[in-house]
Ligand binder design. Structure first.
Ligand SMILES: Cc1cc2nc3c(=O)[nH]c(=O)nc-3n(C[C@H](O)[C@H](O)[C@H](O)COP(=O)(O)OP(=O)(O)OC[C@H]3O[C@@H](n4cnc5c(N)ncnc54)[C@H](O)[C@@H]3O)c2cc1C
Length: 509
């Protein structure tokens, strides 16, 4: 793999982010700050929203965060043998600047890196196995796929370079009222085109070979999104960036970021399921009427409701993920938007791998591969198989070879049967399963994403997932919505949906 260093521009943005303040002060406030804001869902998106809302609106506003399950949402761990292992979102890209910023602000650190080795399984054997030697990997790839591999890195790098612009825009306080406008601001028409075609179309159009797509690209999209190269090109590029070196995770578990952001934002956690949101008019002291949102919720204490000036929905509005009724809105706000979420089953197995399942003939004591990606093949039941490390790496830890009992993580579209497990493992003492509606099913081109703005002061964070689902995408959406909510509240139109920012800001830097 190609090693990268952070471009100077990126470091500058990171430096700006670390100050925790925008480069330009907000324009003078035109009206009173809101009194109460509700955020629904305490995953990384919702907790990051409370953090950024606090930055925008200051200490005076009361922020309530509703959570029906556990803080962290799709960032979750399970315990095996006294250690915790990630079952949901696990890896973070080195250029995910919001996640890096959160770690710094919250005093968390990155988990110690344990070198890993990747292989690709074609259904019968390992068609590719990474060597310890960069030059060997490079020559193998060159021999089989020509310069496709090198060009793929350059292609992803080109997308990433444009993607990084969002940090600068947000640093300068700019926000976007739709996913399409956000994508367009980052990468112009080329990003909208990418999002509206499949990864396969985009890469074939860019001159990559079909065999490279089948043998190398599809295994990457299968491990990251459980789906084929027919996902949209933008999420495809995000997925391929997930094969870059330098990926990291949070020491102690990624979900620690969510609890840290919640604490830091001084929002009040309300452990309840939000059942309905409706519009209400209330008379105000100075005369006239104020328009507010009534949030209805139910918890162990029974049912209740409260009024808010601003509401951010930070859970996907899709079948099986939330059930919130919206009353009194014109045009109506649906409980569920079109499209569905893709099921990925995470199975953690503490056991002894049957290496012959992978067609490996070497003794298991010599099998050090940690990540087995899979090509699409007839009868395939798994998307990937990985030897995983605990969320905290103790001193002196080294990942054992396949001859040892250890923890494996299997991603599959369906629950694994006992027969399937016994084909993959010679023995086991623990099997833990977590079924996720993990990320959108990206089979259809994007066309139109759900809106960020559901009503005047009612916002929807999850819209961004239809471009790409990742922790950083939720964090970007969180900052965008906090800025958007602030600017719309104070009618700062000049900070919303501005065109050609990358050219205009270049002269300001
Ligand atoms: C198996 C798997 C692997 C992944 N791998 C990666 C990875 O390696 N890297 C990466 O960056 N991303 C990864 N992702 C994606 C990433 O985890 C998600 O994009 C991200 O965590 C989404 O965060 P969120 O806050 O937007 O949504 P969620 O985490 O889903 O949070 C929504 C919250 O809202 C709550 N809620 C729902 N309805 C209500 C209601 N009515 N009232 C109150 N609360 C409600 C839910 O309980 C939930 O806690 C993975 C996801 C999965 C499932």
């Amino acid at each position: 793999m190609i090693s990268r260093t952070l471009p100077a521009r990126t470091l500058l943005f990171l430096g700006l982010c670390l100050t925790g303040r925008r480069g330009l002060a907000s324009a003078p406030e035109l009206k009173e700050q809101p009194k109460r804001i509700a955020v629904i869902g305490a995953g990384i998106g919702g907790t990051a929203t409370t953090y950024f809302l606090r930055q925008e609106f200051g200490v005076g506003v009361k922020i309530d965060l509703f959570e029906s399950g556990t803080v962290g949402g799709r960032l979750a761990t399970e315990e095996i043998g006294g250690a915790e292992y990630e079952t949901g979102g696990s890896i973070i890209h080195p250029l995910n600047l919001h996640m890096k910023h959160f770690l710094d602000r919250l005093g968390l650190s990155q988990r110690r890196d344990v070198p890993s080795k990747m292989a690709i399984f074609d259904g019968e054997q390992l068609s590719f196995q990474e060597s310890d030697w960069f030059i060997v990997n490079f020559l193998r790839m060159l021999w089989r796929y020509g310069f496709n591999f090198l060009r793929m890195h350059m292609w992803v790098e080109g997308v990433l370079d444009k993607f990084m612009r969002i940090y600068q825009y947000q640093q300068f306080g700019y926000s976007f009222s739709s996913v399409e406008r956000l994508l367009h601001a980052m990468g112009g028409d080329s990003f909208l085109l990418l999002a509206n075609q499949t990864l396969e179309e985009a890469m074939l159009g860019a001159g990559f070979s079909q065999s490279f797509l089948n043998d190398i690209v599809a295994p990457v999209t299968r491990i990251n999104y459980g789906q084929s190269v027919r996902i949209n090109g933008f999420v495809g590029a995000v997925s391929l960036a997930g094969a870059d070196p330098g990926l990291w995770a949070v020491d102690g578990g990624n979900k620690k970021v969510c609890s840290g952001l919640l604490y830091h934002s001084k929002a009040e956690l309300i452990p309840a399921v939000v059942t309905a949101i409706s519009t209400k008019q209330r008379p105000i002291k100075t005369g006239g009427m104020a328009s507010l949102y009534e949030v209805n919720y139910a918890g162990e204490f029974g049912s209740a409701h409260a009024l808010y000036d601003i509401v951010v929905v930070a859970t996907p509005l899709h079948q099986g993920l939330s059930q919130i009724a919206f009353h009194g809105f014109t045009p109506p706000v649906p409980s569920h938007f079109p499209g569905h979420y893709h099921q990925t089953v995470t199975t953690l197995v503490h056991g002894l791998l049957n290496t012959s399942f992978l067609g490996v003939t070497d003794p298991p004591a010599q099998f050090w591969v940690s990540d087995v990606l899979t090509m699409e093949h007839k009868g395939s039941v798994i998307n990937s198989l990985s030897s995983i490390d605990p969320v905290h790496i103790p001193t002196g830890y080294s990942r054992p070879p396949a001859s040892a009992h250890k923890v494996w993580k299997v991603f599959s579209p369906q629950t694994l049967t006992k027969t399937q497990l016994s084909q993959m493992f010679l023995s086991w003492d623990t099997v833990l399963e977590r079924r996720w509606l993990a990320y959108p099913s990206y089979r259809q081109p994007l066309r139109r994403t759900p809106p960020f703005v559901l009503h005047e002061r009612l916002y929807y964070l999850g819209a961004v997932e239809w471009a790409a689902s990742a922790m950083e995408m939720s964090a970007i959406s969180a900052r965008n919505l906090a800025l958007l909510a602030h600017h719309r509240w104070h009618e700062l139109e000049g900070k919303i949906d501005q065109e050609d920012l990358h050219i205009r800001l270049r002269s300001e830097l």
